[in-house]
Design a protein around this ligand. Structure first.
Ligand SMILES: Nc1ncnc2c1ncn2[C@@H]1O[C@H](COP(=O)(O)OP(=O)(O)OP(=O)(O)O)[C@@H](O)[C@H]1O
Ligand SMILES: [Mg+2]
Length: 138
């Protein structure tokens, strides 16, 4: 087993410009997260939690610094690479869930598996298993 951290954030800065004002949302953020660990990011409203998570998941790019997820440099990925990262490595449960309302629970779970081209039988197996895990099989 490798001793490399699963997530490595180094010197990340992110500034937002709204007209004449500049908000420095992240100022040189650095930390590591080991595989299998559970981390809570805590801070008052506006302290940059969402900004940091967006940068880690490749939804936003930092102005400076690097983010490595499972060995690959997220900050160096092009749009295709970022799409692959979001499909295969990083998942979010958003505050507003982001479900597709016209689809059933099973179809919502299956949607990212379809995009990842998981074969239908394997897809069905995983949908059933995952819904069972969270008590939604019925
Ligand atoms: N797209 C944006 N444009 C301009 N300013 C932004 C943008 N996104 C975030 N900010 C500013 O950056 C700072 C950090 O915001 P962020 O949303 O990351 O905080 P947060 O810790 O997630 O807050 P909350 O607890 O309210 O969710 C805030 O001052 C916010 O106003
Ligand atoms: Mg937030």
């Amino acid at each position: 087993m490798s001793s490399e951290p699963l997530l490595s954030v180094r010197g990340v800065h992110r500034r937002f410009r709204t007209g004449p004002t500049v908000v420095h949302a992240l100022r040189g953020v650095s930390f590591d997260v080991a595989a299998g660990s559970m981390v809570a990011l805590v801070g008052r409203s506006g302290s940059g939690k969402t900004t940091l998570l967006n940068v880690i998941g490749g939804l936003d790019r930092p102005d400076a610094g690097t983010v490595h997820v499972d060995g690959s440099d997220v900050t160096a990925l092009d749009e295709d690479g970022l799409s692959r990262l979001r499909r295969e490595k990083v998942s979010y449960v958003f505050q507003s869930f982001g479900l597709i309302p016209v689809l059933s629970a099973a179809e919502n779970v299956a949607a990212p598996l379809r995009m990842a081209r998981v074969a239908p039988t394997e897809r069905e197996r995983r949908v059933e298993l995952l819904l069972e895990l969270v008590g939604l099989a019925d």
